[in-house]
Design a protein around this ligand. Structure first.
Ligand code: URA
Length: 272
């Protein structure tokens, strides 16, 4: 692999939204030399580590570019794909899985991170958990196209000798990815957010409470009502009785009520 040059580094910073890089006198001297020699692209002419400027901390907020919500989401996805703070963790895989659905939806569903199937298809929630989510949406009278579906973490968390196995994202992986999700929320402006699973709830609400304590009430995230529910993969367990399905359904009914969606008597009684 080619050694990254100073220009590569500066391009990467610009992609991260950094518009100014502080330079001290030794770095200025090195840059002047590079300029007079016209060799800024040569790896050999990179300033020695001790003289280079310190890497600025990753930005905590990211702003989308573009005029329509779809363009803005696309701009965020393109930025996330090469986002150095995430790459630098070295604990996530290479393929980015950003989001799917309506970029100005009233309902935003947030999961934890892509898994094996999602990574293959570069789309969140397409594996068995995704099929379960589709069924839940259908029961609500909605489809994937009518809601916005995303994950806190945009890359599948890596494991040793990984095949089809997945792991939840770590607190650090979620915290480093969170600026993207916040920027997505600023674009989509959903009226209701549903967070699926304990990791997602912990990453968003900065809480370590059990999911049993977090669900059943409304929270706020960026000023938007947020409901926590069990992850759909939880409902895939063979021994799952109706009890857990009903709990998830009650969370969805709460979301539907908040959105003012019509709810039939039949829908109210599902999984009882
Ligand atoms: N697939 C996703 O996209 N997110 C999850 O949380 C689980 C599976």
């Amino acid at each position: 692999m080619a050694t990254p040059t100073l220009l590569d580094y500066l391009h990467q910073l610009r992609k991260q939204g950094v518009s100014h890089v502080p330079i001290d006198d030794p770095a200025r001297k090195v840059l002047r030399e590079l300029y007079t020699r016209g060799s800024a692209r040569s790896p050999a002419s990179r300033p020695p580590k001790s003289q280079s400027s310190p890497t600025p901390p990753p930005p905590t907020s990211i702003t989308a570019t573009g005029s329509t919500p779809a363009e803005k989401i696309a701009s965020l996805a393109s930025l996330a794909d090469t986002w150095a703070p995430l790459k630098n963790l070295r604990s996530l895989r290479e393929t980015m899985v950003f989001s799917v659905g309506k970029p100005d939806a009233d309902l935003m569903i947030i999961g934890e991170a892509p898994g094996f199937h999602d990574e293959q298809q570069k789309e969140p929630f397409v594996g068995p958990a995704g099929e379960k989510l589709d069924q839940i949406l259908k029961a609500m009278g909605l489809s994937r196209e009518q809601v916005y579906i995303s994950n806190i973490c945009k890359f599948r968390p890596a494991t040793k000798n990984q095949t089809t196995n997945n792991r939840p994202p770590s607190p650090e992986e979620m915290a480093t990815s969170l600026p993207f999700l916040k920027a997505e929320i600023d674009v989509v402006k959903p009226r209701v957010i549903i967070a699926l699973g304990a990791s997602t709830a912990h990453g968003l609400l900065n809480s370590d409470k059990k999911i049993t304590e977090l669900r059943d009430s409304w929270h706020q995230f960026q000023g938007i009502p947020l409901r926590v529910s069990y992850h759909p993969s939880y409902l895939l367990r063979p021994d799952d009785g109706l009890g857990e399905k009903r709990k998830v359904w009650e969370d969805m009914l709460a979301g539907m009520e908040k959105l003012g969606l019509p709810i039939s008597e039949k829908q109210r009684g599902y999984f009882k």
